[in-house]
Design a protein around this ligand. Sequence first.
Ligand code: FES
Length: 302
Amino acid sequence: MQQTVLDRVDQVAEDVVSLVLRGADGPLAPWAPGAHVDLALPNWLTRQYSLCGNPADHDSYRVAVRHDRLSRGGSEYIHLFLRTGHTLDVSVPRNNFPLLPAPEYLFLAGGIGITPIVPMLAAAVEAGAVVTLVYTGKSVATMPFADELRSRYGDRVRIFATGKQGRPDFSVLAAALNPHALVYCCGPASMLDAAEAVFPAGRLHVERFRPTVKEFAPAKPFEVDCVRSGQTVHVGPEESMLDALNHAGLRVPFGCREGVCGSCELLVTDGEVEHRDDLGAAPGRMYCCVSRALSSRLVVDL
Ligand code: FES
């Protein structure tokens, strides 16, 4: 964790504030567009937010937070209680949504999903790529950075206030997509699902902040052999592997506990994993907050 001080709070749309967090002990860990950080809030909650500032600024991070009325306590705390001068622990940035090189990009953003797209768009323009941003929200007043993006990128930005204009037709966008273009999409689940239905899987990159609904067979108990510590940990059917490991004193970092942030990634050297995350674990990796074992034993590098 890195200690930061909340330097600025700005209202950037209806119910959305941006926070500028300055490193308390000097420069902060570097990041690239698409990265997010875990904010450890003083009310003991940890929440993930995409970085939406300038990666060349090593002194501070910028995030934007919508006040979710159904908040589980994170955005509520930030909007009601967080003030400039407060200190906050912030994780090192993690990037599950990296911007891959391409000559052309189509960015699709819905509401607060614009946050990772802001630095991606800047990087793509800087690299000389052809860019289009399709940005949707209920009304322009609810859409953070809408005016700023329009004035910076002109008609490369297409704003859809869905309350008046309805949603853009993604199948029309998909039909017109340049064969070399990549598509990056961040927004509500319905928007990501709509994008996944029409854009080719290999060229569409999405970031989810809420897990998809999935069905699995009832959880079974299993053992975890932790090779570095020499411990074997039993995981019962009612607990997550993350909890079992942490209760056994093996500290595994975590953030979302929902398989969407990537904090709890482990290297698996033997056994069969039942992947339940939304990140798509790389071969030999697993996210132990949600994923479990299909075999009776897993061997992990811990
Ligand atoms: S804690 Fe976020 S993926 Fe496991």
